[in-house]
Design a protein around this ligand. Structure first.
Ligand code: AMP
Length: 211
């Protein structure tokens, strides 16, 4: 394992606070945020072929194809060989995406260290999304699109929970608390992961020196 590099997934339904928390981790731990939603919105804004292709799908609240988002993520991992680590925000959203991410990391001697799930309840999400829609005017935050996004999360993304539980990688934090308090909980998980990685490394070197 390339144990210097951290690979963390921030997991949860739309509007759970993944983007907000990812930005804090970037600032506090020098990690790179990989948000497929942000990448796709940038493509739409630039009017590129990719942007034209995904615009309508995103506005409706549907998922774009696995192939597109996997290529975006692989490209970012490849272009940032010196990163201290990555925080995946809004990716993976389907089991094939999770499998592709595991494979892409494995070929670079890395792996997912932890999946941090922000637990929130659906009513609170609806309230949050009304506020975000009013403040930011994101087209897919309108009530119809948001309902589709939540439906897609439950149908296609929630099945990733057993996938990561089976790998022993799921950590849960209470996403209903204040941004500050969620951020403290997320940082605690991160510190535990870092400590576990460094003790694994120590025991690896201890085994080497015992030989
Ligand atoms: P987000 O900002 O993460 O909520 O993403 C906004 C929209 O981009 C989603 O509703 C999807 O249309 C698309 N999208 C973002 N990430 C993915 C992904 N991993 N798989 C499929 N579609 C995605």
């Amino acid at each position: 394992m390339n144990d210097e590099k951290l690979n963390l997934i921030l997991f949860g339904p739309p509007a759970a606070g993944k983007g907000t928390q990812a930005k804090r981790l970037v600032a506090d731990h020098s990690l790179i945020q990989l948000s497929t939603g942000d990448m796709l919105r940038a493509a739409v804004a630039s009017g590129s072929d990719l942007g034209e292709k995904v615009k309508g799908i995103m506005q409706r609240g549907d998922l774009v194809s696995d192939e597109i988002v996997i290529a975006l993520i692989e490209d970012q991992i490849e272009s940032n060989p010196d990163a201290a680590g990555f925080i995946y925000d809004g990716f993976p959203r389907t089991v094939p995406q999770a499998e592709a991410l595991d494979a892409a990391l494995a070929t670079r001697s890395m792996g997912i260290d932890s999946v941090i799930r922000l637990k929130v309840d659906d009513d609170a999400l609806m309230d949050r999304i009304k506020t975000r829609f009013a403040e930011q005017g994101r087209k897919d935050d309108n009530p119809e699109s948001f309902a589709i996004r939540l439906g897609n999360y439950n149908k296609q993304t929630a099945p990733l929970l057993p996938y990561y539980i089976a790998q022993g990688k799921l950590a849960e934090v209470d996403g209903m608390q204040s941004i500050e308090s969620v951020s403290t909980q997320v940082s605690e998980v991160l510190e535990m992961i870092k400590a576990a990685k460094s003790s694994q490394k120590k025991s690896f070197f201890a085994r080497l020196s015992d030989r």
